[in-house]
Unconditional design. Structure first.
Length: 48
């Protein structure tokens, strides 16, 4: 599990989806402060 650089809280892997443009990206989200850090470089198209 990753540690947040801002508050030292635990981070979990989430998938963020933008339905308007049809892209998705995985991000690490802090359970304590809500800070998000990209887990991958580029967004990927959402599969139908």
């Amino acid at each position: 599990m990753r540690v947040c650089q801002k508050c030292q809280g635990s981070m979990v892997l989430e998938r963020a989806v933008d339905f308007q443009v049809g892209l998705a990206i995985f991000v690490y989200a802090c359970l304590n402060c809500g800070c998000r850090v990209p887990a991958q470089k580029d967004p990927q198209p959402v599969a139908k």
